[in-house]
Design a binder for this molecule. Structure first.
Ligand SMILES: [Fe+2]
Ligand SMILES: [Fe+2]
Length: 365
């Protein structure tokens, strides 16, 4: 039995002289990042040189000093967010800032701070993908670009282009055909846009499943694109619900479930969306015993695609790490799906398990 690994949250160094400011930042970020607190620049420099965090937050009112110079040197691999108090601007520090560093004004909003940290983590993740072989780099590069374009379209109320999303999935289909999907499932997890990470993993798993049972050509591309788009409705889910580190309340749960209806609405607003993609988006939370949502469809009301997408959606979420749970092992995840006896199509699950295990040496996801 493989034991579950520990959760590895992104690491953020917080360098603030005043305790109340450190406490405020801890309250805002503590559930989603592993924070190291410093009231002293020298101690932060030593710690960051020994074990670089993903991002550092620096109170720039600590001024320019030899210690700050050391910190900037020690943090050559760590981007820094300079946080400027009203009375003391970043001033000279600007000249030290590498192009990946950022500046924010005090008082901080949790939204701006989180967004800035995540952008820096994502820039680094996307850069690290460039070192992968082209067969894996290309699908990651194109799908994140497509996801960003979809996000901008939704924000501005423009229709989502299915054809553009499908084009970004072509290299993903090629990667699966060349059995190069395993590193995709792992590498995408360094990104911090979880809806993208989950969608890309579901797209990869669905492509693998579809390819394994003999779906080909444009039908396979539709399955793949349906996976990438299946949770687009989460782009309009309130972020505090979407990123809540823990169980949702009775009031919050229906708001989370609404993402399915939203996904359908967003996709129906486009004019080039394929029917298979609607089914994946609108039915991936339905269960064959009628206990799913939003419609509680049952048995033969759910076709092969709906059943496949439910399996891949759950498997992708179980094997992924979140701030409130570690990534479950492949063995444990299949065990959970097998225990969902009447809710999940067990024949299809057995097929998926065989395909996954056969094509994924080492059985990790
Ligand atoms: Fe979903
Ligand atoms: Fe999902």
């Amino acid at each position: 039995m493989i034991s579950d690994p520990q959760i590895s949250l992104p690491r953020v160094a917080v360098i603030f002289r005043e305790e109340q400011h450190r406490r405020g930042i801890e309250k805002a970020l503590g559930s989603n990042y592993k924070l190291s607190m410093f009231d002293d620049v020298s101690a932060a420099s030593d710690a960051m040189a020994a074990s670089p965090p993903n991002v550092a937050l620096l109170d720039s009112s600590m001024g320019r000093s030899i210690e700050i110079e050391r910190l900037l040197l020690a943090s050559s691999v760590t981007p820094i967010v300079f946080i400027s108090k009203k009375d003391v601007g970043p001033g000279d520090l600007l000249s030290h800032a590498g192009k990946t560093n950022r500046f924010l004004d005090w008082p901080l909003s949790t939204h701006d701070l989180t967004e800035t940290i995540n952008e820096l983590i994502n820039e680094k993740a996307e850069k690290s993908w460039e070192k992968l072989p082209e067969v894996q780099h290309k699908p990651l590069k194109l799908t994140i670009q497509a996801y960003q374009a979809i996000s901008s379209a939704i924000e501005s109320g423009a229709p989502v282009s299915f054809n553009e999303a499908a084009e970004s999935c072509m290299p993903l289909v090629d990667a699966v055909k060349q059995s190069a999907h395993h590193d995709l499932l792992v590498s995408v997890q360094s990104h911090h846009n979880y809806t993208y990470v989950h969608s890309m993993r579901v797209a990869t798993l669905l492509t693998l499943f579809g390819h394994g049972i003999g779906i080909t050509g444009t039908d396979l591309l539709t399955v793949s694109t349906g996976g990438l788009l299946h949770d687009v409705g989460k782009m309009v889910t309130p972020p505090e619900i979407l990123n809540k580190p823990g169980k949702l309340s009775d009031e919050e749960w229906p708001l989370m479930q609404e993402h399915v209806v939203e996904s359908g609405t967003i996709l129906h607003a486009g004019n080039d969306v394929k029917k298979g993609a609607y089914i994946i988006a609108e039915q991936h939370h339905e269960k064959i015993d009628g206990t799913g949502y939003p419609l509680g469809l049952k048995g033969s009301q759910l076709n092969e695609l709906a059943r496949m997408s439910a399996i891949c959606d759950i498997f992708g979420a179980l094997t992924d790490e979140r701030s409130y749970k570690p990534a479950f092992s492949v063995e444990k995840s299949f065990g959970i799906l097998e225990s969902m006896d009447k809710a999940i199509d067990q024949k299809m699950l057995a097929m998926f398990k065989e395909i996954f295990i056969f094509t994924s040496p080492g059985s990790t996801a």
